[in-house]
Design a protein around this ligand. Structure first.
Ligand code: ZN
Length: 202
């Protein structure tokens, strides 16, 4: 089970400081009343970025392992939330998804990169739709996108901040922002999101 490690440090600082050593889990999510055998359970390594470890706890009563994911890292996707947001920005500011694809991942073929991009786009838009209902900050908006949120919060990258703002709802939000289940993969093939690319409306 993934849990939030609340920290505003960058991924570079996280690796350099070996910040996973300072992650703490005060109580077991399965047994908040206490009494279970919750103990540190070493770390596991993320494939990307190299050198990033995740602190782990284990509850033997609940037979469950907990990983404490820092706010800079994506859940269930390689890399950081800033990397995901950068990709979404490139897609939304390009003339078309195909045009964005050429700049984003020239190392893989067009069908593969489109699938890779639409996966991220779908997951983030699914999260934003849920967040409109969850966050009072967004309740006056029927349509929310990352650039409007960046402006509203006055930040360069908004996804790590959304991890913090939505901290008590991460179990229902899909990855890479939340720790909940992936939504149905309806983005495969001809996606409805295809019509939604291009610059943000004025
Ligand atoms: Zn427990």
């Amino acid at each position: 089970m993934q849990l939030r490690f609340a920290t505003n440090i960058s991924i570079e600082q996280y690796i350099q400081q070996e910040a996973w050593k300072y992650a703490e889990l005060e109580r077991c999510p399965l047994h908040p009343e206490g009494g279970c055998k919750l103990a540190r359970h070493g770390t596991y390594s993320r494939k990307f970025p190299d050198g990033a470890n995740i602190a782990r706890w284990y509850c033997s009563d609940g037979k469950t392992t907990f990983g404490l994911l820092p706010d800079c890292l994506s859940s269930h996707l390689p890399g950081t939330l800033i990397e995901v947001e950068t990709v979404i920005n490139q897609i939304e500011s390009a003339q078309s998804q195909e045009a964005a694809a050429e700049n984003i991942r020239p190392d893989i073929g067009l069908p593969g990169i489109l699938r890779w991009m639409r996966h991220r786009l779908f997951l983030i838009r699914a999260s934003l739709i849920l967040l409109i209902d969850i966050l009072p900050l967004l309740s006056n908006n029927s349509q929310v996108n990352l650039s409007s949120l960046r402006s509203a919060l006055g930040v360069e990258f908004v996804l790590p901040h959304l991890r913090e703002l939505a901290a008590s709802h991460l179990d229902i939000l899909p990855p890479p922002l939340g720790f909940g289940p992936r939504p149905q993969k309806k983005y495969r093939g001809k996606s409805c999101f295809q019509q939604q690319t291009g610059p943000d409306p004025p």
